[in-house]
Design a protein around this ligand. Structure first.
Ligand code: NAD
Length: 285
């Protein structure tokens, strides 16, 4: 069994991004800019935004966080997004999810300019992904694809089973795997007999948010297992959705939690923001 080491790969990507930022600055005088919208005081959201901000600082991006109370109105968030859409110093806009229940999240995501949609959640970019056209791809699935590529894990013709079908993880991941010519099964909470699907997987990718959902009897010998889940157990430790102890001896490759998919997600946010900045710089010429 080998670990798919997202921590090390993300550090390599960060230094490549930092180099590109220097070059962009020398050639155009511009630095990539990321605006983050953070609503309320959810601890996990604050921690994620903090990690993203520190990563931006490390690679030399300009970044700004718009912190808003959970009582904020839909209108006020919309005004901020419109301002960021028009601000030439901002290349990427990220709305940290989830938002309070009185906020219409879909409406906000649709308001972000597709050229600044570094999270890849706007229907324009979702459509481009599902038709295999270039665009912005959600960071977590994109990071998983980079990790699989780095370890030369061939996807063409392989049985890939995705557990979890959210708009931010499972669905875009399935689209990327399909674009890579894998045979893709998507499973979710209503799936009958989950194990009958997971046992067929050459590559099993799990993003659900349920500790220990995948046990050793649900995994084929020699499978590649990608654990996307981030959960805190009763001892306060970060764990995934896969029982690492019992599943890992059966795998050819497996991601650790933490240190697998998580750091790749942040690295992809940096890559997407750099890509947006490069496109904007080109357009400004
Ligand atoms: P979500 O709640 O939006 O979606 C969960 C999905 O899992 C749904 O499609 C649901 O149908 C499915 N599901 C729930 N219970 C199931 C079960 N018992 N069997 C099969 N399917 C089931 O969650 P999300 O935002 O997609 O996040 C999923 C997990 O991934 C969470 O643990 C989250 O913290 C983690 N996550 C990690 C990263 C990262 O960078 N590593 C990024 C995003 C999300």
């Amino acid at each position: 069994m080998k670990l798919l080491d997202g921590k090390t790969l993300s550090q390599t990507i960060e230094s490549q991004v930092a180099q590109s930022v220097k070059r962009l600055k020398q050639e155009t005088g511009r630095v990539p800019g990321l605006a983050v919208i953070l609503v309320g005081n959810d601890e996990a959201s604050q921690a994620y935004v903090g990690m993203k901000k520190r990563a931006c600082d490390r690679v030399g991006f300009y970044s700004v966080t718009h912190e808003m109370p959970s009582s904020i109105s839909q209108e006020a968030i919309e005004q901020t997004i419109v301002m960021m859409n028009e601000n030439p110093n901002i290349d990427g806009i990220l709305i940290q999810l989830p938002l309070p229940s009185h906020i219409d999240t879909t409406r906000l995501l649709e308001l972000v300019a597709p050229s600044k949609d570094v999270d890849g959640f706007h229907p324009f970019n979702v459509g481009r992904l599902s038709t295999a056209l270039d665009g912005f791809v959600p960071c977590t699935p994109l990071g998983i694809m980079e990790l699989l590529t780095k370890y030369n894990i061939d996807l063409c013709g392989k049985e890939c089973v995705v557990v979890g079908a959210s708009n931010i993880v499972g669905k875009p991941l399935a689209a990327l795997l399909l674009n890579a010519e894998a045979t893709v099964t998507i499973t979710h909470i209503q799936t009958q007999d989950l194990a009958s699907h997971t046992k067929n997987a050459d590559i099993l990718l799990v993003g659900v948010g349920v500790i220990g959902l995948i046990s050793e009897d649900m995994v084929k010998d020699g499978a590649v297992v990608v654990d996307i889940g981030i959960n805190r157990n009763s001892e306060g430790k970060l764990v995934g959705d896969v029982c690492f102890e019992s599943v890992s001896p059966k795998c050819s490759y497996i991601t650790p939690v933490p240190g697998g998919v998580g750091p790749m997600t942040i690295a992809m946010l940096l890559k997407n923001t750099l890509k947006a900045a490069q496109i904007h710089a080109q357009e400004a010429k």
